[in-house]
Design a protein around this ligand. Structure first.
Ligand code: AMP
Length: 430
């Protein structure tokens, strides 16, 4: 074996791409029905953007970024997430002058130097949404409703559970943080090593720890929901009222936090019971101060990221339909010329067509068509040309009939329109 792919980086093979295309089609269909528009951001940015936008003391920035110097000596980083880039673009192109909220989504690969395992990779893909410039709680409900509509559109509504929380704001969180740090400090010896280090720096993140030894301490920890100020409490109550009005099922999970200071109020996650340890399908929250920190106006934002590999794992491979609907088999040079023209006509009509160029024996070509799973084969040899008709074979039944050459295209187009599974061509499947 020659050079292999880098550890934690995988190919998405043709047998898997129908699933990925279905995820992408659902993304566009659902998000655009809510008025979100696609933004395409670069794969790499100045390192400084992520250091500021994600935070110097986060795991991502401290340990996980792919950072290098380019040939002019600038420090460049492959994007580990989308939000910082989306906000940079929002500021750089003056999108903030448009009517608010500005609704954006992105789809594409991210890069993090993490320990690879099932459902966790070093190159992975996210669908990211940001709704910018609007603080109303109804927007939170819109974003959450859209997130769950995405899972519903893929038939995953029952397997994806929405968890929501509020983490307060600058008015109420500091007091909660102090109370939490006191509780954790009093129980320091009963926390895992990582959490002991976090108590001083970022006690909120301890709430997120999944280690069994930390759970008894965390169960007794004060709840952020008891510490919310009036405005945050009101915001959260409204969000829940709107979610109820939408008929959305969700769980209130008071320990769901986002570790960064600029997150405010609504935070959320979508979890599944079907993927083992990597159970998070999506996560997000409302933030304030981040756009300003990156040099823009003091606009609020709310957004989320969905992990596409995990969605693809849940969906599974699905059927693997043949690439072509009809295989044209020319026997001899005049037949080949005729097939080339015919293929052009059929493709223009939207049929996936393959021409067998092998000049192999008919039996070999039929075996090949069978292996490819092509439903129909059209044989065009000298005999057929002389008779002015081609032989059309139904591969499933083996039935053959002679079709006049000028009737071949309409006949195949008719068969394609009426095909039993009614399936659209692969790319549009969703
Ligand atoms: P985050 O940007 O860390 O909030 O992650 C959002 C979502 O992206 C998670 O819920 C996962 O579904 C997915 N995700 C994050 N990191 C990885 C990774 N290394 N490999 C695969 N999916 C990931």
């Amino acid at each position: 074996m020659g050079v292999r792919a880098v550890r934690g980086v995988r190919d998405i093979l043709p047998t898997e791409t129908p699933t990925w295309q279905a995820i992408e089609a659902a993304t566009r269909r659902v998000f655009e029905s809510y008025g979100y528009r696609e933004l395409r951001i670069p794969l790499f940015e100045r390192t400084e953007l992520f250091a500021r936008g994600i935070g110097e003391t986060t795991d991502i920035v401290e340990k996980e970024m792919y950072t290098f110097q380019d040939r002019s000596g600038d420090s460049i980083t492959l994007r580990p997430e989308a939000t910082a880039s989306v906000l940079r673009a929002y500021i750089e192109h003056g999108l903030f002058t448009q009517p608010k909220p500005v609704r954006l989504y992105t789809v594409g690969p991210m890069f993090r130097y993490e320990r690879p395992q099932a459902g966790r990779y070093r190159q992975f893909h996210q669908i990211n949404v940001e709704a910018l410039g609007e603080a109303a709680s109804a927007l939170d409900a819109e974003v959450l409703g859209m997130l769950m509509a995405f899972f519903g559109a893929l038939g995953l509504g029952e397997r994806a559970v929405l968890h929501v929380n509020s983490i307060g704001d600058a008015a109420c969180r500091p007091a909660f943080r102090t109370a939490l740090a006191e509780h954790l400090g009093a129980n320091l010896g009963r926390l895992c090593e990582e959490c002991r280090g976090r108590v001083g720096r970022n006690p909120l993140r301890v709430l997120d720890c999944k280690k069994p030894e930390c759970q008894p301490v965390l169960e007794k920890a004060p709840s952020i929901l008891d510490a919310l100020c009036g405005a945050c409490r009101e915001h959260f109550e409204r969000v829940r009222r709107y979610l109820d009005a939408l008929g959305l099922r969700y769980e209130v999970t008071p320990r769901l936090v986002r570790g960064l200071d600029y997150y405010v109020r609504t935070t959320f996650e979508v979890l599944t019971g079907d993927l083992g340890a990597q159970n998070a399908l999506a996560g997000g929250g409302r933030y304030y101060g981040l756009i300003e920190l990156l040099g823009g106006p003091p606009d609020p934002g709310i957004g989320f990221a969905i992990g596409m590999e995990r969605v693809a794992l849940l969906l599974g491979a699905g059927p693997d339909p043949a690439a072509a609907f009809v295989q044209l088999i020319p026997l001899g040079e005049p037949g080949l010329v005729r097939c080339l023209r015919l293929a052009q006509v059929l493709r223009a009509a939207g049929l996936p067509v393959e021409v067998a160029y092998g000049a192999r024996r008919l039996r070999t070509e039929l075996e090949r068509a069978h292996r490819l799973g092509v439903p129909h084969v059209l044989i065009v040899g000298d005999d057929e040309l002389r008779a002015g008709a081609a032989t059309l074979r139904d591969m499933a039944s083996g039935a053959q009939d002679a079709v006049p050459l000028d009737a071949v295209a309409p006949r195949l187009e008719g068969l394609y329109a009426a095909r039993a599974d009614g399936a659209a061509p692969r790319a549009a499947r969703a």
